[in-house]
Design a protein around this ligand. Structure first.
Ligand code: NAD
Ligand code: UDP
Length: 317
């Protein structure tokens, strides 16, 4: 994709800005389309138009109108943290539905490859563990989280319909919990919440009894997986995530130790329909993309803690 033109919706967000970094470093031209609802201009301030970056402030639900050739469309625009999508339920459903229509139309009209950022939430609260792509999931279609889960499931269905109906070169990645520098301190997801709490001496808020599990992947590895998917001709869905599983309580303890914090751990209410177990089966990514995460979780956590200590001063490793 070097010397190519790549559109990244949600490019000013956490994952999107790391993807912008990757493609700009590789010499591509990148157009970031973002409404800055959870993304930040600072995430891209290291780049200028001379480097090949164009930033277009727009809501993808309203349409994406871009002149010129396009080689790839990476559709990452959507609220992503549970507090963010619970605060903006209708915008979340619009981004997953209308926004995905517009992103797919752009790929169709430009003859571009399309990558949908889907999610492990499509598996809901899974009763198959670990989760392979062949598992259809256990999603409550009317619970509060359904605004995100069902919007992403709709986006996957729409992506496959464009592939079958219009022959668009589509692909779907199901991203499992990913963390790293540039997550917002008010993001609300477990890792940025625990790091922020630990560094400011506030109690670490573990939900329920903390025995629920997640499998956390460092952002650099996730970017490599998305790039691998873009360069392949696979349609997916392909799981991208780290199969190393941990309880949330263990993660809170690890972050307390890594930060040297004396903050207590407190137990708060568990969100409705919060998945009890989550771990990706990454056989497909390993065998078809030759991809697997390489960064040990603790090493990724150290980079992330360093960045949270001095976000402006510390370059992203
Ligand atoms: P993020 O909130 O940092 O990034 C989302 C970006 O999309 C932000 O820059 C936001 O301003 C932008 N955006 C939201 N709605 C928009 C709209 N209607 N129009 C234009 N821009 C809009 O979150 P993230 O973690 O970087 O997530 C990026 C994508 O990856 C999302 O689609 C999310 O569902 C998916 N994903 C992320 C994870 C993860 O662990 N980080 C896991 C699964 C899926
Ligand atoms: N969680 C927590 N404390 C927080 C934020 C989240 O204990 O301050 C829990 C949350 O209930 C879930 C797990 O950590 O069980 C992962 O939550 P996160 O929001 O990071 O991701 P997701 O729920 O989307 O997997």
């Amino acid at each position: 994709m070097e010397n190519k033109r790549i559109i990244i919706t949600g490019g000013a967000g956490f994952l999107g800005s790391h993807l912008c970094d990757h493609f700009l470093r590789a010499g591509a031209e990148v157009v970031c389309v973002d409404d800055f609802s959870t993304g930040r201009p600072e995430n891209l301030e290291q780049w200028s138009p001379q480097d090949g970056l164009t930033i277009t402030r727009a809501d993808v639900s309203e349409g994406i109108d871009l002149p010129g050739t396009v080689d790839a469309v990476l559709h990452f625009a959507s609220p992503a943290s549970p507090p963010a999508y619970l605060r903006r339920p209708l915008e979340t459903m619009r981004a997953g539905s209308l926004g995905t229509f517009h992103a797919l139309d752009l790929a169709r009209h430009k003859g571009a490859r399309f990558v949908l950022a889907s999610t492990s939430e499509t598996y809901g609260d899974p009763n198959v563990h670990p989760q392979p792509e062949s598992y259809w999931g256990n999603v409550n279609p009317v619970g509060p989280r359904s605004v995100y889960d069902e919007a992403k499931r709709f986006a996957e269905a729409l992506t496959m319909a464009y592939r079958r109906t219009h022959g668009v070169d589509t692909s779907i990645v199901r991203i499992f919990n990913t963390f790293g520098p540039r997550m917002r301190d008010d993001d609300g997801r477990a890792i940025p919440a625990f790091i922020t709490q630990a560094l400011t001496g506030k109690p670490l808020t573990v939900t329920g009894d903390g025995t629920q599990t997640r499998s956390f992947c460092y952002v650099d590895d996730l970017v490599a997986g998305v790039v691998g998917m873009l360069h392949s001709d696979l349609p997916g869905p392909v799981n991208l995530g780290n199969p190393q599983e941990t309880t949330i309580l263990a993660m809170a303890h690890t972050i307390r130790e890594l930060t040297g914090s004396a903050s207590p751990i407190v137990f708060v209410d568990r969100p409705v329909d919060d998945p009890t177990l989550r771990r990706p089966d990454i056989t497909a990514a390993r065998t078809q993309l030759g991809w697997a995460p390489r960064t040990p979780v603790e090493e990724g956590l150290k980079h992330t803690v360093d960045w949270f200590r001095a976000p402006a001063a510390t370059p992203v490793p």
